[in-house]
Design a protein around this ligand. Sequence first.
Ligand SMILES: Nc1ncnc2c1ncn2[C@@H]1O[C@H](COP(=O)(O)OP(=O)(O)O)[C@@H](O)[C@H]1O
Ligand SMILES: [Mg+2]
Length: 592
Amino acid sequence: METDIGFDMLGEIIEIRNNIVILKKNENTLQNIVNLFVKIVDKDKIYIGEIVSYSKEIIEIKLSGEIINNNFIYGVSQKPSFDAVVTLLEEESLNILFGGNKYSPSTSLYLGKSALYKDYPIYVNINNLFANHLVVLGNTGSGKSCGMARVMQNLFYKQDAKAINSTFFIIDAYGEYKNAFSMIDYVNKEFCFKSYTTDLNANEEIIQIPLWLLSLDDICLLLEVNNKNQIPIVEKALKIINIFSRAEESVIKYKNSIIAKSLLDIFINGKTPAQIRDQIFSVLTRYNTKDLNLDSPIVQPGYTRPLKQCLMIDTTGKIRDTELVVKYLQSFVLEEMNLSLPDGSFIYTLKDLLYAFDFALIDEGVLNDDKVYSLANELRVRLASLIDSGNYKFFDFDKHFTKDDFYHMLTHNTNNNQKAQVINLNLNAVDDRFAKIIAKIYSKFLFDYAKSSSERGKNPVHIVLEEAHRYVQNDRDTEILGYNIFERIAKEGRKYAVLINLISQRPSELSQTVLSQCSNFLVFKISHPADIEYIKAMIPYVDDEMIEKIKNLQTGNCLTFGNAFLIPTITKIDLATPTPSSNSCDVSSCWF
Ligand SMILES: Nc1ncnc2c1ncn2[C@@H]1O[C@H](COP(=O)(O)OP(=O)(O)O)[C@@H](O)[C@H]1O
Ligand SMILES: [Mg+2]
């Protein structure tokens, strides 16, 4: 529809009810004016409204806001009078609504075109859009991935300003985005795209997870801790790593102490002498040092025997040399072990972690407690199977680097050290559970890194989460760890300029806490009733008319609303060039 459909009065105001202005339609008023904006000029006030319905006789207009000093202000305080003049909105005012009047290279971004006012460009204020969390919703195939890619391309294709210092991490569930961004350096040599993959067979850098840079919480996520009682064991394992990483001579006394303490526990927790003996044998067979093992000499005035002989059960059914052995073990116990968590200053591997885990198991006395043992063993089994799986490769490094080094590596071109603006993490080749762990570990790393930066908020980082409902869920992290990283970023991220962009076709599966912290919405077509209901309940801006629009959107069109938008409007996003690699199969070209 052209915008020059006439600025004649549409009709005479005959009723004003709540926020609705009702006109008696003029005879010459055009058809097909639903959803168009109108201007209501009343003495010194200019109102903006939207035509919500019309019949042969009347037109219903919903009041949206006012124009004051060439700015659009959402909401109205007073109502227009019956004398007000109602016309369709002309170009100058459209410019105000769609951001064109305030265009400046470094603050404005072209988003797309108005679906209603043909080809009329829609601009957003970059801060309003990108300094807040953003959500992109819509059915599969409605245009979300293309839309997100295109919005980012619009930023990188901008001719009048270059977002050199932007940093987007894409959690790319299907490996779609490489296609859309690998060309950005052709547009401008200063741009750089980096990509990491989980596909071990691809000829590309693989995702890196440097264990020593992870926190206790990260390791809990990695081992899929599902019970709070498992956390102390993980914590102990990490503390033990911290000790074991030191030179062998200083470590051995700690090892001895841990083993001796666990053996003493076995004596104290006195089951039958035979059980005590068997358990001590089994611990010492598995865990021993050159000082403390089954053959350690136990010296007595007159003769010396190996430890294992002192565990023999005599004719009265007791371990004869209990006292002797206990005294011997006590000599290894260190009262002060001064344990602390690793500080990232030394490299360790999954195998080191497993080794420390075994010591943690005996140190925590788990061997004497079946319940705790099975909880702890669950984690040990997961760790062992991670080591045996191909995923081991993501943790395999031959040299140490710091958090600063790691962040720099991620955000710079490996060959020429140029800053990368888009860093793609392709998680397509790992299962959903592992993908979720990677998404959380990376998000936490980025958040913590931004938080610890001396230049707080100076280096904005955007985390684009494709298929966000797989990662950003109402899961048990808060119960177990005390927080969920996405909820934390949603609540605190803005302070540190860590922003999330969620993309999802299942809004009802997304964490409510996260969704409620998002301020901007690009909503493509949604049809599922559960999702519609959820959106209505969760997003304060959404009313029934918007829902009707959302249900009827065409591919690539989205209803845009929130902080960055003066007024909810249907935006037609240009097709991404190049597009993300679509995951739908071209059946006909396969078949024929
Ligand atoms: N803005 C657009 N303009 C034209 N066609 C589009 C647009 N966005 C998407 N499409 C078409 O729809 C298909 C699916 O889009 P996609 O972004 O992959 O959907 P989603 O991510 O929502 O599943 C694309 O392959 C493309 O053919
Ligand atoms: Mg998609």
